[in-house]
Design a protein around this ligand. Structure first.
Ligand code: DX5
Ligand code: ZN
Length: 215
């Protein structure tokens, strides 16, 4: 059974309280919170201030996905805001190991996200130091895009790397997850499904989360 992490990027920002209440009553495991800086990705979303509100609205795990340059400048602010998991992009970190050490030193779980073009093989010498790999199955920046099917091969290859080393690293899939492709993603070896539009644009988000959970 996969963990389900609805992405609040697709929530109704005029009534976040209602969406948080819905998520809290649902079988969702994590809040997936997408931070974008308008530089690493061509969109701007929100920062620590809003994460702080989400933290106060839920006891679920706050899974913060940083799509920003220089994440080292903000790790402490996200810790203060209440992030449980802090994920940085491989492509944004020249000194990735240092970034991971910083996140762990702040007592958060550390994740590394890979863009669709980045091979999972580059994780070989960092995998033992992290808690989560976020495989982007769309180009980061926007919700509502279509799943890039080659991601399934990346999931299988990463699953093999993790299992061969008997590591406890979760594989999270982010972008274009639907009720139709979720089974193939889980079968390939994913542990966590992020879902934005599939949850928030559905007629009954609570039922959609339950349906994803039951796959
Ligand atoms: C994209 C974000 C995703 C996005 C997923 O850059 O990282 O988390 O919100 O949205 P959907 O599920 O609609 O593709
Ligand atoms: Zn994300």
């Amino acid at each position: 059974m996969a963990l389900i992490a609805p992405s609040l990027l697709s929530a109704n920002f005029l009534n976040l309280q209602a969406d948080c209440t819905m998520l809290n009553q649902s079988q969702a495991d994590w809040y997936h919170l997408d931070v974008m800086d308008g530089s690493f990705v061509p969109n701007i979303s929100f920062g620590p201030m809003l994460i702080d509100f989400f933290r106060k609205a839920t006891s679920k795990v706050c899974d913060v996905h940083l799509m920003i340059e220089k994440p080292e400048n903000y790790a402490e602010a996200f810790k203060k805001a209440g992030a449980d998991i802090l994920t940085v992009h491989y492509e944004a970190c020249t000194h990735l190991h240092r970034n991971i050490q910083q996140i762990k030193g702040l007592q958060m779980q550390a994740g590394v996200a890979l863009n669709p073009h980045t091979p999972v093989s580059i994780l070989k010498d960092i995998l033992q130091d992290i808690d989560l790999v976020c495989l982007m199955s769309v180009n980061p920046g926007f919700g509502g895009q279509s799943f890039i099917s080659h991601t399934l091969n990346k999931i299988k290859a990463l699953r093999k790397m993790i299992d061969e080393q008997s590591l406890n690293v979760k594989i999270e899939i982010d972008g274009g997850v639907t009720l139709d492709n979720a089974k193939s993603i889980i079968d390939a070896g994913a542990d966590v499904l992020v879902a934005g539009n599939t949850v928030f644009k559905s007629a009954n988000p609570i039922d959609t989360i339950a349906a994803l959970k039951s796959i």
